[in-house]
Design a protein around this ligand. Structure first.
Ligand code: MEV
Length: 441
């Protein structure tokens, strides 16, 4: 049972671990030893990780896998992926190989606009507010000049500030809707700093605006924060090939495959229960690259799912069609990513992942990430409409089951061979494992 504790963050790392062990571990020594097993031997590297967050007691590893052979706009890419789900990297590899022989992936960035908002309440005359805003807009921009100087030098900065009347949704609610170009930075800190300065200036200017009554002068700033919904920071990735080139070893003609594939997407568009799982498969690819490159996968997840619901119901992020005998399959997805700032220059594996990707700009990374999502969806839907998902899934999961059972290297080899032409099931593995262990003595 958890106990309340005061001043926990001020305790030393060792005292935090002792508190944890006393209050939460059945076997204190064993628990502490697991935490310590995941510490890095290099004290400097461990200190770096300790300081990423508060109250660090250990490191939580995820495998970093590599998916080579991604032909994107005529150039080969090796994609780093950090995740725990057994079949995802294998699926990426298969999709990369499939499309490598069919012209590869084509990508383009459709927009890179980031958004932040100052949310405020105003109870007075709307026309007066509009006049006030138009008058002070240059002052708002001027107030941020110090913060935006470097970004402007490189071609970015604040692209616009708009006054938006949201009183139909909520009484007295208005916003300053601000748009930004943050170049290679994800830009969260930059945007939030700009917004807080804009909000402060807006409030101060209102207090001195002669046309306002004393009540109107009293604008209430509620909050200033970036939005993770970025419908104009969008990238497109596409594959296409003549239908007959879709013939594969799954027993479907190219035409039948293409039609069934499109039907699978139609189902995702018609049925949110399916759309959520369909898009989850896409996020298997997207999140893995986002994590490996030190980006904020929670921001990406939130923005992507809002985008999937932008037309009023939750739909597929991917689309497919047949036109003049060509099968087209594509994704359009909002991805606010950065390749400078944040973890990108701090976490050694993030730096290495960016090196694997040949030091991409944020726009380059958007394209790679969208490809990872599209590839993952292709692999999943291809399996679903042919062999079913379990055949490949369970084959990859076999190692996890065997590790849980404590199988030896020889036993693992035996099982790979045993399941060459059979579908893996959890109970089947356990029965066969018991059988061979009993027989072997
Ligand atoms: C599993 O992680 C992802 C899938 O369920 C995606 C899908 O159903 O499209 C296989």
């Amino acid at each position: 049972m958890a106990q309340p504790v005061n001043g926990f963050s001020k305790l030393s790392k060792q005292d935090k671990i002792n508190w944890l062990a006393t209050n939460h571990f059945q076997n204190k020594e064993a628990g502490i030893s697991i935490l310590e097993q995941y510490w890095n031997n290099d004290a400097k590297l461990q200190a770096l990780h300790d300081e990423f967050i508060e109250n660090t007691v250990s490191n939580f590893y995820l495998p970093l896998g590599i998916a080579p052979n991604f032909l994107i706009n005529g150039k080969y890419h090796t994609i780093p992926m950090a995740l725990e789900e057994s079949s995802v990297v294998a699926a990426a590899g298969k999709a990369a190989k499939f499309w490598q022989d069919r012209g590869g992936f084509k990508t383009s960035v459709l927009g890179s606009e980031k958004i932040g908002q100052v949310h405020f309440m105003y109870t007075g005359d709307t026309d007066k507010l509009k006049n006030f805003f138009n008058q002070i807009k240059p002052t708002l921009l001027k107030a941020t000049e110090e913060i935006t100087r470097n970004m402007r030098k490189r071609g970015g900065g604040i692209s616009n500030i708009e006054l938006r009347n949201k009183t139909e949704a909520l009484d007295y609610y208005f916003q300053l809707h601000c748009t930004f170009e943050t170049l290679d930075a994800m830009g969260a800190n930059f945007i939030n700093s700009c917004l807080e300065t804009i909000a402060k200036t807006f409030k101060e200017e209102a207090q001195h605006y002669a046309d306002f009554t004393s009540e109107e002068k009293n604008v209430e700033i509620v909050m200033s924060i970036l939005s993770n919904y970025v419908p104009n920071c969008v990238v497109k990735a596409e594959v296409s090939c003549p239908i007959e080139d879709l013939n594969d070893d799954k027993g479907l003609s190219g035409q039948a495959f293409a039609e069934k594939f499109i039907r699978a997407i139609d189902i995702a568009n018609a049925e949110p229960h399916r759309a959520v799982t369909h898009n989850k498969g896409i996020m298997n690819g997207i999140d893995a690259v986002v994590l490996a490159t030190g980006n904020d996968f929670r921001a990406i997840e939130a923005g992507v799912h809002a985008y999937a619901a932008k037309d009023g119901s939750y739909k597929s992020l991917t689309h497919a069609r047949i036109e003049n005998g060509i099968f087209y399959f594509w994704i359009e997805v909002p991805l606010a990513l950065g390749t400078v700032g944040g973890l990108t220059s701090l976490h050694p594996l993030v730096k290495l992942s960016l090196e694997i990707l040949n030091h991409p700009s944020a726009k380059d990374l958007m394209q790679v990430v969208a490809v990872a999502g599209l590839a993952q969806n292709f692999a999943a839907v291809r399996s679903l409409i042919t062999d079913g998902i379990q055949k490949g899934h369970m084959k990859m999961h076999l190692t996890n089951i065997l590790n849980q059972l404590g199988a030896t290297k020889e036993e693992k080899e035996y099982f790979v061979n045993f399941y060459k032409d059979k579908t893996v099931t959890h109970s089947g593995v356990i029965n066969e494992f018991d059988r061979i262990r009993t027989n072997n003595g």
